[in-house]
Ligand binder design. Structure first.
Ligand code: FAD
Length: 383
């Protein structure tokens, strides 16, 4: 055997898995087809939102709190600034699932928060244009992460703890072998008792059967010029997530003193990306019109169309929750896939889950809602 664990793919999840495994004394070989901190996968684009009051459901709160602790731990060890808290405004209609979930998070976990009346919201955060039906909740533990820097920092720390990070090194096959698993790359074959696969939107290349539950999709990230950049500085403009009938998008304060980045949360069939290697970085004009309409409808002081825009891909599952599990009987490979546009903030907790599973076969973190078994036709799977 060449290592205790092989990690295939070193973006958000793989870099954290490598760090956690190495920090628990396991020997690790991790493979990355590009290079640490690259921007070609789901982790590209400068910033990612972190929040703890979670519109996707209260079941995530313990994972988010664990993630927050681990991001701070990684900052401490790596001496890098990775998570900046700005607070976060969650805005949506009272009767929406989004707001119901936010309320459930604060009630079940007693999370610090403020519910702002519309007059107060207009006074404190005039950059938003509110609807009379809106509920506004401020999450003081929200902010933004630096994804490329975080991935690179986790891999650097993992390497300092003894992990081998191989790059550029594309894994082209993963097979069961006597007592474990063998992966093939362009420079050789490597064996270990177990492997973690964290290849983001490339998952169908190694595990085409995941096409039943997910598809790689394009997400547009536009940066808009602010009329008055001061009004969008991190101290005055918290990150936000907004769900309205005609808009589902998020945004960041201006961290370069000029532009405000937003992100669409919706994806469409037309956003399906057959091969993430051939994802076009050029955004069609019709899509620019769509994102510009959202932003100029709901934000004051932003001029469209965007000054900068690019596309990245993430793997989207049919229920928008990621999939963790052992997909093939007899193959000791644990796959973590399908983070559906909201996985980055969780990555540091997912590294803990990966290490727990590899070392103890189970994790005390609540991940049942993410299990592969939730897809009913998976009853025969296991490994
Ligand atoms: C535009 C956009 C905005 C987003 N905004 C947010 C946000 O604000 N907050 C949030 O929490 N989440 C957000 N997300 C989601 C989050 O970034 C992703 O869910 C997360 O990065 C997924 O991590 P991953 O490890 O699965 O994939 P990736 O980070 O893409 O990592 C996969 C890695 O595997 C490597 N790889 C693939 N195949 C192979 C192979 N065969 N051999 C070796 N290496 C391989 C790739 O090169 C890559 O480095 C956003 C996603 C996108 C695309």
């Amino acid at each position: 055997m060449d290592a205790d664990v092989l990690v295939v793919g070193c973006g958000a999840m793989g870099s954290q898995a490598a760090w956690q495994l190495a920090s628990r004394g396991r020997s690790v070989i991790a493979f990355e087809q590009f290079y640490p901190g690259h921007d070609r996968g789901a982790s590209g684009g400068d910033t990612r939102i972190f929040r703890t009051i979670y519109g996707e459901g209260p079941q995530y709160v313990p994972l988010l709190l664990e993630a927050q602790r681990r991001w701070r731990e990684l900052e401490e060890i790596s001496k890098e600034v990775l998570l900046t808290l700005t607070g976060g405004l969650m805005i949506g209609p009272e009767n929406s699932e989004f707001i119901r979930n936010l309320r459930a998070c604060v009630q079940e976990y007693q999370l610090p928060h403020e519910v702002l009346g519309l007059d107060e919201a207009r006074r404190r955060f005039p950059q938003h244009r509110y609807l009379e039906s809106d509920v506004v909740i401020l999450d003081p533990q929200a902010g933004y992460l630096r994804p490329e820097r975080a991935n690179r920092a986790a891999l650097r720390v993992a390497a300092q703890l003894g992990a081998t990070i191989k790059f550029p090194s594309e894994v082209t096959s993963i097979t069961a072998t006597k007592g474990g698993v063998e992966v093939t790359t362009d420079d050789g074959r490597y064996r270990a008792p177990q492997a973690i696969v964290t290849v983001g939107p490339w998952i169908l290349r190694l595990f085409p059967e995941y096409g039943r539950y997910l598809s790689p999709r394009r997400l547009i990230q536009p940066w808009f010029l602010a009329d008055n950049p001061e009004a969008f500085a991190p101290a005055r403009f918290p990150i936000f997530c907004r769900r309205e009938e005609d808009a589902n998008f998020s945004g960041f304060p201006s961290i370069d003193g000029g532009m405000v980045k937003t992100g669409t949360n919706d994806t469409y069939e037309s956003d399906s990306v057959l091969d993430p290697d051939h994802l076009s970085r050029v955004t069609p004009l019709a899509d620019l019109d769509r994102v510009t309409a959202q932003v100029t409808t709901y934000l004051n002081g932003i001029s469209g169309p965007p000054a900068r825009v690019t596309n990245y891909a993430d793997a989207y599952t049919t229920d928008l929750h990621s999939i963790l599990g052992w997909p093939r009987a007899g193959l000791p490979v644990y796959v973590m896939a399908g983070y559906s546009g909201h996985g980055f903030k969780l990555a540091s907790a997912m590294g803990v889950v990966a290490a727990d599973i590899m070392i103890d076969g189970t994790s005390s973190l609540p991940i049942k809602h993410l299990s592969l078994e939730r897809f009913s036709d998976q009853s025969s799977l296991g490994g």
